[in-house]
Design a protein around this ligand. Structure first.
Ligand code: NAP
Ligand code: ZN
Ligand code: ZN
Length: 348
């Protein structure tokens, strides 16, 4: 089916209208009419080939919520009319040791990402959520709790799971002091989850204008990371710090804040290497780690948790045609706290 989309044709051209083909649903497929798609900073890194791995044309978008329109004959969990979601993954081998542990994002045979991944059906590349509809295997399609606003739930599919997963893995909760670095799409969900899990939550931001929002979103304290004195006062006091920053910054400044055996987890993905002073790791024995989105089972667990606790994202709805301006605003950290595209603007 010919499907309207928005694509980047090269690293330097703005995104614009582009027609793609979607397959008719196969036996295990769910066809979704996309209502909303969140705008992740990874979309921008990808559209501009900042990670050096983009194949053009690229249709970004991996925070997808919509309505099921058709299902294949073997589909059990979805019916036309259901609210459904697709995140960053649309397939994996399902047989390797990572897939067997429900960690499809680390599939040893290569996870198939929602965009710019090899599409075994078309023989080309996968196309993401900046489009009218998507067709996805039921096994990679998520249920959206009915009480959540679909537009505000969309960014849970990447910003949500990318912060939920490491906070769970490293035990953010009662009795722990957890730092979240950067108040953007990921960071604002990190603050909401860490405080919902019961951790003492401290936001580190470069933006003085975000102090009040940081507290409203659940931070017990907000530290301006450019304030050397405020940073020094907190040396050695954190169990875990989740770093969501998208650009070059001083990682050592956060390592210094960890306790013995504390962990700095990188989820932000600046295109250039970030220098690490090894002495910050040696004394006192600290960990530096990373985390990539989350598996499908954990993504559903996160959505269900959000349904129970009524957790959604703080968003600004835009039209598809405003995407290039939205990217520029995202680069200026001028987003509160996620742009979400109303896909009706593309269909009209
Ligand atoms: P975003 O909304 O643009 O937020 C990034 C935040 O980082 C900004 O709001 C800003 O917060 C801070 N920041 C930006 N430039 C900075 C600088 N030069 N120095 C210090 N702080 C700076 O981006 P996002 O969508 O949350 O994504 C963040 C990063 O995570 C991106 O690199 C993205 O590709 C990556 N990502 C990774 C995964 C994964 O699985 N690991 C998944 C999704 C996204 P303040 O104004 O508060 O300082
Ligand atoms: Zn993302
Ligand atoms: Zn696998």
């Amino acid at each position: 089916m010919l499907t309207k989309a928005f694509a980047a044709q090269s690293a330097t051209t703005p995104l614009g209208p582009f027609a793609i083909e979607r397959r008719a649903p196969l036996a295990k497929d769910v066809e979704i009419d996309i209502l909303f798609c969140g705008v992740c900073h990874s979309d921008l890194h990808f559209a501009r080939n900042e990670w050096g791995m983009t194949t053009y044309p690229v249709v970004p978008g991996h925070e997808i919520v919509g309505r099921v329109t058709r299902v294949g004959s073997d589909v059990k969990r979805f019916r036309p009319g259901d609210l459904a979601a697709v995140g960053c993954l649309v397939d994996s081998c399902r047989t390797c040791s990572s897939c067997k542990q429900n960690l499809e994002q680390f599939c040893l045979n290569g996870p198939v990402f929602t965009y710019s991944g090899p599409d075994k059906h078309s023989g080309g590349m996968t196309y993401g959520g900046y489009s009218e509809r998507i067709v996805c295997d039921e096994a990679f399609t998520l249920k959206v709790p009915a009480n959540l606003d679909p537009a505000r739930a969309a960014p849970l599919l990447c910003a949500g799971i990318t912060t939920y997963s490491p906070l769970r893995k490293w035990g953010a909760g009662e009795g722990k002091t957890v730092g979240i670095v950067g108040l953007g799409g990921l960071g604002h969900m990190g603050v909401k989850f860490a405080s919902a899990f019961g951790a003492r939550t401290v936001l580190f931001t470069t933006s003085e204008s975000k102090i009040a929002d940081g507290k409203r979103l659940g931070a017990h304290e907000v530290v301006i990371s450019k304030d050397a004195e405020a940073m020094a006062k907190r040396a050695g006091t954190f169990d875990m710090i989740l770093d969501t920053v998208s650009a070059d910054h001083d990682v050592n400044a956060y390592l210094a804040l960890l306790k013995l055996d504390g962990t700095l987890v990188m989820v932000g993905a600046p295109p250039s290497p970030q220098p690490v002073n090894v002495f910050s790791l040696l004394m006192p024995r600290r960990n530096l780690s990373g985390s990539l989105i989350g598996g499908i089972r954990e993504t559903q667990e996160m959505l269900d948790f959000c349904g129970k606790r009524n957790i959604v994202c703080d968003i600004e709805i835009i039209r598809m045609q405003q995407i290039n301006e939205a990217y520029e605003r995202m680069l200026r950290s001028d987003v509160k706290y996620r742009f979400v595209i109303d896909m009706a603007s593309l269909k009209g």
